[in-house]
Design a protein around this ligand. Structure first.
Ligand SMILES: C[S@@+](CC[C@H](N)C(=O)[O-])C[C@H]1O[C@@H](n2cnc3c(N)ncnc32)[C@H](O)[C@@H]1O
Length: 232
């Protein structure tokens, strides 16, 4: 098995196991999770009752989609996730809404042939290797209507080693201050170093430019976590 496939299976396995407790756990791990996901919903440039088509990449248990549905009640959302148990939790949260569809699989393999008003992601795309991102972002760009939005919340690395160390220290401090046990905080950092592939922020923006996005802006940033995006 190639290394990247093995890494993906490990990530999938983690989220399959974590699904039932994800919501409780993730609020302790992700700084300003509420503010970031609400910020993403706020950044979408639509009017409340528009009939929109939106994809939530790596939707997890559906927290971001829930905020988008609240802001845009007529939005049709396609929730994609490779972990069956995460999708099951999302179905409990969002499934009563007939405007929500679920697709089990890897975001890299989704058929992006239809056109969407927005494609969004939260804390997912750092699982994709930097070298694979141009291909995926190209598909995302092509799948958006003109005026469509791509907004993404993710973790990045700093090109500056002093800042990178400070960012990691601040992340650890956040997790501990939010009640995550010290050993779980250390496990989280080790897992991040082993499984995640965050890129330098300016490289992320360069890929966005390369595939055609203009007017890219950073909506929020907290140390190594950022919400950024663009309108096509
Ligand atoms: C940290 S969780 C974030 C969930 C959700 N977006 C949120 O912000 O609450 C990452 C999710 O992305 C999914 N995921 C990671 N890589 C993926 C991929 N290549 N394709 C589809 N889902 C993926 C995982 O299964 C997991 O549910």
């Amino acid at each position: 098995m190639d290394v990247s496939k093995e890494r993906f299976l490990k990530i999938k396995e983690h989220f399959e196991k974590e699904a039932a407790v994800f919501d409780k756990f993730f609020f302790k791990v992700m700084p300003h999770y509420e503010e970031m996901t609400q910020g993403l919903a706020n950044a979408l440039p639509f009017t409340k009752n528009e009939k929109l088509k939106i994809i939530d990449l790596g939707c997890g248990t559906g927290n971001l989609s829930r905020k988008i549905i609240k802001a845009y009640p007529n939005a049709q959302i396609t929730c994609i996730d490779m972990a069956e148990n995460m999708l099951k939790m999302a179905k409990v949260k969002l499934g009563a809404n007939s405007n929500v569809k679920f697709w089990l699989g890897d975001v890299r393999n989704f058929d992006y042939a239809k056109k969407y008003d927005a494609i969004v992601a939260s804390m997912v795309l750092h699982h994709v290797e930097g070298k694979e991102k141009p291909k995926l972002y190209h598909k995302i760009y092509n799948s958006l209507i003109k005026g469509g939005s791509f907004f993404n919340i993710d973790i990045f690395v700093s090109a500056n080693s002093h800042l990178q160390k400070m960012y990691m220290d601040k992340w650890k401090t956040f997790m501990k201050a939010n009640g995550l046990a010290v050993h779980k905080t250390n496990d989280m950092i080790k897992r991040h170093e082993r499984e995640d592939r965050p890129v330098v922020f300016k490289d992320e923006i360069a890929i966005m430019h390369q595939v055609g996005f203009k007017n890219i802006d950073i909506v929020l940033k907290y140390y190594n976590f950022a919400l950024y995006g663009a309108i096509k």
